[in-house]
Design a protein around this ligand. Structure first.
Ligand SMILES: *Cc1c(COP(=O)(O)O)cnc(C)c1O
Length: 381
């Protein structure tokens, strides 16, 4: 029997107590009992989002949260600056087009972070731009963007800064209020170690005002309505994903018990060990040193070895899931090992030892155990 360890950047491993919470019989959502869960979940999310603004919970995957941001902020014909440095940045562009907004694309080479200066220039060249849409952790490449520096550029303008923090929240620091970010989107199945099914959107007063005036059509993802029923009745406009909201309460307990600072330090340590292991195996890391993410490690596969094959053998033969490369650029060329959610030192050690086994099977030459040893020395230091 295979245990199926998920070292993927979403969905992530679900800890036993959250699994148990998911197994509870369903309760009705229009009850004081569920309202308490919802209230606690929102309070907990505010802690993780580091905000005092509204955080709204929707039943959808993460992309639903991104769509909600675009549908509520951008009217047809509005311009928005989008940063494209990977698959998820491209999603912002596609969403803008779907709503008739005009994406002003800032291209960033894959593996690099966006320079705040590029945003500044794009804003200067496009007066009246309504929003800047960026990605905290570009999961397709393994880059963390400098949201704080970008917020410095956007915060005293008419535009709102919207951050896709779906794979980054609860893993790397993102201080919505302190840094001056207007909208942050996340989801249940990455740092929050729950199943997919919930999107979260934190929205401040400046962005809510824009949502009130926005002319785009919206129904399911109408944030005005979501805010109203949350305030009035501690409810969501439609049936919530009840079981996952209850599970989220457990997840938030874990995060709060540790405290954000310790949580970030934990993932930084896992990232450091994973990188050390890759380097010890003679493999290159894909992202630039300056912007390498602590949420996942993207490793270039050696010449002559197919990355998708590594991924498939690890998963299908040994029950350990890592992610392959996405898009023309990276398909078969990298593997991505996530360290987000409830992953610990020994999950990383297990993943690396499995990677070694499969690399050996596929004919790559290196000293067996060297990756594990490098990770161990990081963990023992
Ligand atoms: C996972 C992810 C998403 C959302 O994906 P869904 O499949 O819709 O949940 C969006 N952005 C980033 C950066 C992600 O990692």
């Amino acid at each position: 029997m295979k245990k199926n360890l998920l070292l993927t950047p979403g969905p992530t491993q679900i800890p036993p107590d959250i699994c148990a919470a998911l197994g509870r019989p369903i309760i009705h959502h229009r009850t004081p009992q569920f309202q308490q869960y919802l209230k606690d979940a929102v309070e907990g999310l505010k802690y993780v989002f580091q905000t005092k603004s509204d955080v709204l919970i929707m039943a959808s995957s993460g992309t639903g949260g991104m769509e909600a941001a675009v549908a509520n902020l951008l009217s047809p014909g509005d311009k928005a600056i989008v940063v494209e440095g990977g698959k998820f940045g491209e999603r912002w562009t596609e969403l803008c087009k779907a709503y008739g907004a005009i994406p002003v694309v800032v291209k960033v080479p894959w593996g690099k972070g966006v320079e705040p200066k590029q945003i500044k220039e794009a804003m200067a060249a496009n007066p009246g731009v309504k929003a800047v849409l960026i990605t905290l952790v570009e999961t397709s490449t393994g880059v963390t963007n400098d949201v704080r520096a970008i917020a410095d550029v956007v915060k005293n303008t008419e535009a709102v800064l919207v951050v896709d923090a779906i794979s980054g929240l609860g893993v790397v620091d993102c201080q919505m209020d302190n840094w001056g970010v207007d909208v942050v989107v996340s989801a249940s199945h990455k740092g929050f170690m729950c199943p997919p099914g919930l999107a979260f959107i934190a929205i401040n007063a400046k962005a809510m005002k824009m949502a009130e005036a926005c002319k785009s059509p919206r129904y399911y993802f109408d944030l005005r309505k979501a805010k109203k029923v949350m305030e009035k009745e501690t409810d969501t406009p439609f049936t919530p994903a009840i079981g996952i909201v209850i599970a989220l309460n457990e997840s938030i307990k874990h995060i709060k018990e540790q405290g954000l600072e310790k949580v970030f330090a934990h993932f930084a340590r896992l990232a450091k060990a994973t990188r050390a292991a890759a380097v010890a195996l003679g493999l290159k890391l894909y992202p630039d040193d300056s912007c390498m993410s602590n949420a996942l490690t993207t490793i270039c596969v050696p010449e002559g070895v197919d990355g998708n094959k590594i991924m498939k053998v690890m998963r299908d033969t040994y029950g350990i899931s890592v992610a392959g490369g996405q898009g023309e650029e990276l398909k078969g060329k990298v593997i991505r090992i996530a360290h987000m959610g409830c992953i610990d030192e020994y999950d990383i050690i297990t993943g690396i030892s499995c990677l070694e086994k499969v690399l050996k099977e596929l004919g790559y030459k290196f000293t067996l155990g060297s990756g594990v040893a490098a990770a161990q020395s990081v963990f023992n230091s």
